[in-house]
Design a protein around this ligand. Structure first.
Ligand SMILES: *[C@@H]1O[C@H](CO)[C@@H](O)[C@H](O)[C@H]1NC(C)=O
Ligand SMILES: *[C@@H]1O[C@H](CO)[C@@H](O)[C@H](O)[C@H]1NC(C)=O
Ligand SMILES: *[C@@H]1O[C@H](CO)[C@@H](O)[C@H](O)[C@H]1NC(C)=O
Length: 434
């Protein structure tokens, strides 16, 4: 067994209790309005893009009809700016009547009829970040019950216009209040992001007991620099964050911006690959009505999704930071498999990175490799040197199967070992050269 695997097992035994609502045993997947559609409430002049029921119905239709739902993208999540500026006469939140004429309950039914789920947004403070009514301490139970009455499936609780003491009381109380409704509602807590994301201010053991996921860090923007700063923060702090994650309780580095304007295709693959390594929730924030087929192929990559959704739910780590600008990430997966990502921070040209599986801590054996984005397969012996060519700001991502017990064949060219391979399925030997 891998040395690092052993370290994880001991770390996990410290914090194994997840919020007991039975939800999100693998990272939740779906779509979330915020990054792409923000607080656009101008439905008169921008009816296709404003925060209103039509936007969520459109996205639900795309999820249901364009192959997303079958891959696991089932949540359709409303973010800020959905509500009326006033609570109703009974003190309950209500949707803006112009933009959501059918109301939230009807919208939830629309999702459920299509095998989808509806998420909604609130804020622990006096106001939401966009200035809409907040869920102050005295409104926690009322709002939880309202969401349950509407048959909501997930609730994101933001933290603008609140302070540390209100958060310390409010986030756990909302967890209890959601539970008390009797409806399983996935609970996303922005609490740690408002407290710097690190101990001692943040108690990840407690978060795992009260929330299904939590935002640790600032909001993502539609840019490569934003994706880089988020991934840097998560991997710089991986020793704190990795033990916090597990089935039912996930660190959330924020939305996927693949399919928007800021990332190249290489950078889009990088975000998808690193979010899969991090066992991150996969909430896309893009326009599914107009997304390019290239971006869709990245987001619908089955191997990347299956790595993200691995049942062990162990968050992966950065294992190497080379001076060359190459970084290597690793995540242990069920059935003795694992995932590797080679990421280039270079900005010049494809970099030929030479290493071997044994240099990456793999034990003796022959490993079947599936390249996630090229779909090529090969078999590698642990000690065989190989070269991966990694494009600037891009990745090479591998699914590495369990070490094979069978013997493999080695290939020589000009007297020099060039590689080794066999094919499991048809029992023929296939060459690959490095
Ligand atoms: C509420 O919590 C209890 C005890 O932790 C758990 O058994 C139950 O399934 C929870 N119910 C919901 C709806 O989350
Ligand atoms: C935090 O906010 C609450 C409610 O607005 C207020 O009563 C309390 O004094 C605040 N605490 C601090 C330390 O600012
Ligand atoms: C963190 O939370 C856990 C669970 O609620 C609790 O047992 C522990 O004492 C807390 N740790 C600190 C340092 O407050």
């Amino acid at each position: 067994m891998h040395l690092t695997v052993l370290l994880f097992v001991s770390a996990l035994s410290v914090a194994t209790f997840a919020l007991d609502n039975g939800l999100m045993r693998t990272p939740p997947m779906g779509w979330l309005a915020w990054e792409r559609f923000r607080c656009d409430i101008d439905c008169e002049n921008d009816p296709k893009n404003c925060i209103g029921e039509n936007l969520f119905i459109d996205m639900a239709d795309r999820l249901a009809e364009d192959g997303w739902r079958e891959l696991g993208y089932v949540y359709v999540n409303i973010d800020d700016c959905w509500s009326s500026m006033q609570r109703d006469k009974d003190g309950r939140l209500q949707a803006d009547p112009k933009r959501f004429p059918g109301g939230i309950h009807k919208l939830a039914r629309y999702m459920h009829d299509r095998g989808l789920k509806l998420g909604i947004y609130g804020d622990m403070g006096t106001h939401t970040c966009g200035g809409y009514p907040g869920t102050t301490l005295d409104k926690i139970e009322t709002d939880a019950q309202t969401f349950a009455d509407w048959e909501i499936d997930m609730f994101k609780f933001d933290g603008c216009y609140s302070n540390a003491s209100v958060q310390e009381e409010g986030y756990p109380r909302m967890s209890k209040a959601l539970n008390a409704t009797g409806r399983p509602i996935g609970y996303s807590c922005s609490w740690p992001a408002y407290q710097g994301g690190l101990p001692p201010k943040v108690n990840y053991t407690q978060l795992g007991e009260i929330c299904n996921l939590w935002r640790n860090y600032g909001d993502i923007q539609d840019s490569w620099s934003s994706v880089l700063s988020i991934t840097d923060w998560f991997f710089e702090n991986q020793d704190v964050l990795i033990p916090a994650a597990g089935p039912g309780r996930w660190n959330d580095p924020d939305m996927l911006v693949v399919g928007d304007f800021g990332l190249s295709m290489e950078q889009s693959r990088t975000q998808m690959a690193l979010w899969a390594i991090m066992a991150a929730p996969l909430f896309m924030s893009n326009d599914l009505r107009t997304i390019s087929s290239e971006a869709r192929n990245i987001l619908q990559n089955k191997m990347a999704i299956s790595i993200n959704q691995d049942v062990l739910g162990i968050q992966g780590r950065r294992i190497l930071k080379e001076k060359s600008g190459i970084q290597v990430f690793w995540r242990p997966l069920a059935n003795d498999a694992s995932a590797l990502v080679f990421f280039s921070r270079r900005t010049d040209m494809p970099y030929r990175y030479q290493t071997s599986l044994s240099k990456l801590n793999y034990t003796t054996g022959n490993y079947k490799i599936y390249d996630v984005f090229t779909e090529k397969t090969m078999v590698l012996k642990d000690s065989t040197d190989f070269v991966v060519s990694v494009n600037p700001t891009g990745v090479v991502m591998w699914y590495v199967g369990a070490p094979a017990k069978r013997n493999f064949r080695q290939f020589y060219r000009g007297g020099r070992l060039q590689g080794s391979a066999y094919d499991d399925e048809d029992n023929t030997i296939k060459e690959f050269f490095l």
